[in-house]
Design a protein around this ligand. Structure first.
Ligand code: SF4
Length: 319
């Protein structure tokens, strides 16, 4: 006997008690199309998570290379402080290169990044690179000895690598900027290795498809492959409420709403006391069905039976 009800159990029962009973009796019903859609979306979100990790890495790399090239130039300055005006000019050029890179970086971080979306980042890369080329020309023509050319070459290579890191950073931020928050600000993703959430108090367990943090609120999200309905479906709402309970217990934070994510768009569902109370009474009815192994159709909606995955084996089907 099952001690805990899963989010899917809740959905089955809320759709039709007989649907849940048939499931308990082992009548399998899976939608291949739905599973493919579900997996495709989970894979896409996993890829977004990877891009975000890459952004963090490139961000750190950019800072690291900028500071390192600056240090090399400080050493260069030490060696050329007593040099000619040409050396000083080269120093100014290299500082200018760093300044341009840092300026673009800071602007893109602290102001609206969309300002930069229209300009091709490659322009930035080329402009910095052309400064390096100019810089190198001066070195070849003017400098003597080995220490200064090595320092300049090192600084140039570091700055080129820095610009490339910056270019990659912009490209990845551009990709992530276009992703909706519920596919981006992810705290949990049901990718078959995810933790099974459990509530002893409610006797519930399950793996929500997604848990996101949107505008400082924790939000359970359930992916649905069916067409977006005109009326909010009760079964999906109850399933989402069950996940909201599980999310609250896992994170110790109140869930105020959840999202049903259909191929055509999202429906936000408010998780209020009313929803919690309805779920509580649903669970009581489910316990009776589970214990008695008896349930019947509770509606006269032919369309509902037509959309039911177990209609072909259901003894009370209207379809
Ligand atoms: S076919 Fe109709 S009566 Fe049978 S389980 Fe499905 S919804 Fe319920």
């Amino acid at each position: 006997m099952k001690d805990y009800f899963s989010g899917s159990d809740i959905e089955r029962f809320a759709y039709c008690p007989l649907n849940y009973l048939l499931y308990l009796k082992g009548v399998d019903a899976k939608s291949e199309r739905g599973e493919i859609y579900h997996k495709g979306l989970i894979d896409k979100i996993s890829h977004n998570i990877l891009i975000q990790k890459r952004i963090k890495f490139l961000n750190t790399l950019f800072y690291f290379l900028t500071i390192l090239s600056l240090l090399v130039l400080v050493v260069f300055f030490y060696y050329t402080i007593k040099g000619s005006i040409d050396y000083l000019f080269l120093l100014l050029l290299s500082i200018l290169s760093i300044y341009i890179a840092v300026w673009f970086y800071l602007l893109s971080n602290f102001f609206n990044f969309s300002l930069f979306k229209k300009s091709d980042p490659i322009i930035l890369y080329l402009s910095i690179f052309s400064l390096f080329a100019l810089f190198m020309t001066f070195i070849i023509l003017k400098l003597k000895g080995i220490v200064i050319p090595v320092l300049i070459l090192t600084a140039d290579l570091l700055l080129i690598a820095d610009s490339m890191a910056y270019y990659r950073l912009l490209k990845n931020i551009n990709i992530i900027d276009r992703v909706p928050p519920e596919e981006r600000d992810i705290k949990y993703l049901d990718d078959n290795q995810s933790e099974l959430l459990r509530s002893d108090k409610w006797k519930l367990q399950g793996r929500p498809d997604i848990i996101a943090e949107i505008n400082d609120e924790i939000v359970p999200i359930e992916i649905k492959s069916s067409n977006m309905p005109k009326i909010k479906p009760f079964s999906h709402m109850m399933q989402l409420t069950a996940y909201a309970i599980l999310v609250e217990e896992k994170y110790g934070r109140r869930v105020y709403y959840g999202i049903l994510k259909y191929p055509q768009g999202n429906i936000e569902i408010e998780i209020d006391e009313n929803m919690r109370e309805t779920l509580r009474s649903l669970i009581k009815k489910m316990e009776i069905v589970r214990d008695t192994m008896d349930a019947h159709r509770n509606h006269n909606n032919k369309g509902k039976c037509q959309g039911c995955y177990r209609k072909n084996v259901c003894p009370e089907s209207l379809a």
